[in-house]
Write a protein that binds this ligand. Structure first.
Ligand code: XLS
Ligand code: MG
Length: 345
């Protein structure tokens, strides 16, 4: 079992606090300032969107974009940081208003594919073969607007083209059931992995599970992780928390449901997650009410909570636990776990 986990987050996790109802309340940090924050917070992995690497990506010619990516790689090397993945931001451009791969416009679908291929080139330059596909707008607002059957084919075809474009690229699908669209075509890890098996190279397609996304689908994040692990396809996790069926809250890990946080770490730990270099990603957002100086409090807090709960996972008395299981005394097991979590077992 790994004794140490490696942690990652994305530059977007240090944010200025804008929400759909109000503007920024904190001033932005430059990318350089953000990179400087990683190590002191105990993180070494950097998750990127393609336009986190190359700002204003659409205004850069391909070669200029790659040159910028090489500068970013140098900034990472100087700080002993590594890029975990690059995610093409397919949800921001006017051409992806109605989706990328599943847009009804052939021209816009082509744009989506071209943008993904550019993201692969950028990922290479920053030193990672890993591409995360958060399929933000691949879904619908009303059923009649798109052909859902065709949409699945189109997402698969898009991923196939990416796999063919670069023989080393690895695609990690990050499912989410809704938001920004009403209903996503790949809402759960089950959908994501079924799609992975249909691609031209299933061995290079896997999943990334975000706690909040599982909860929004009404599923248990630890069981979702176990499902992906059973397929040897859990390439990363985005731990955070979520208070029920609301907007995607990206709360601090463990902030809403400590028991669930315990079970997520338990399933990772029992299955040797991290041994192949997988990162523990924290996709958390600081509260809008936080002052400038507290811009990274949520990242430190989430990592510390992970480590403290990890201690709880490791200090469970396996014999006692097994006894309750053998006796089918799950009431006693429940109390044992609760008491252990509350420090009175
Ligand atoms: C949004 C997603 C996003 C991805 C990367 O809900 O979690 O942050 O992790 O594009
Ligand atoms: Mg995420």
């Amino acid at each position: 079992m790994p004794t140490e986990y490696r942690f990652s987050f994305g530059p977007w996790n240090i944010s200025e606090g804008a929400d759909p109802f109000g503007p920024e309340v904190r001033t932005p940090y430059s990318m350089q300032e953000k990179f400087d924050m990683y190590k002191p917070l105990g993180f070494e992995g950097v998750q990127f969107h393609d336009d986190d690497v190359v700002e204003d990506i659409e205004e850069h010619a391909p070669e200029a974009a790659l040159a910028r990516a090489r500068e970013v790689k140098k900034m990472l090397d100087d700080r002993q940081l590594v890029a975990e993945f690059v995610a093409p931001r397919l949800w921001f451009d006017p051409r992806t208003v109605d989706g990328g791969f599943t847009s009804n416009s052939a021209e816009h679908r082509q744009y989506a594919l071209d943008r993904c291929l550019r993201a692969i080139d950028i990922a290479r330059e920053v030193g990672t073969p890993n591409i995360v596909m958060w399929l933000a707008r691949e879904g619908s607002y009303i059923r009649e607007s798109k052909n859902a059957r065709l949409a699945v084919d189109r997402i698969r075809e898009g991923i196939d083209r990416m796999l063919e474009y670069d023989g080393e690229v690895r695609i990690w699908i990050e499912p989410k059931p809704n938001e920004p669209v009403d209903s996503a075509y790949i809402p759960t890890i089950g959908h994501a992995l079924a799609l992975a098996y249909q691609t031209v190279d299933p061995s290079r397609v896997s999943g990334l599970i975000e706690t909040a996304h599982s909860l929004l689908a009404g599923l248990d994040p630890s069981d979702d992780m176990a499902f992906a692990l059973a397929h040897n396809k859990l390439s990363s996790v985005h731990l955070n928390d979520q208070g029920g069926l609301k907007f995607d809250q990206d709360k601090c890990f463990g902030s809403f449901n400590l028991r669930s946080a315990f079970n997520q770490i338990r399933v990772l730990e029992e299955n040797n997650y991290g041994a192949a270099g997988e990162f523990v990603g924290l996709d958390v957002k600081v509260m809008r009410t936080q002052q400038q100086a507290g811009s990274t409090d949520h990242l430190l807090a989430s990592r510390r909570t992970f480590e403290r709960i990890l201690e709880k996972v490791r200090s469970i008395d396996k014999n006692i636990e097994q006894q309750f299981i053998d006796n089918r005394d799950y009431e006693a097991l429940d109390q044992y776990i609760l008491n252990h979590l509350m420090g009175c077992a």
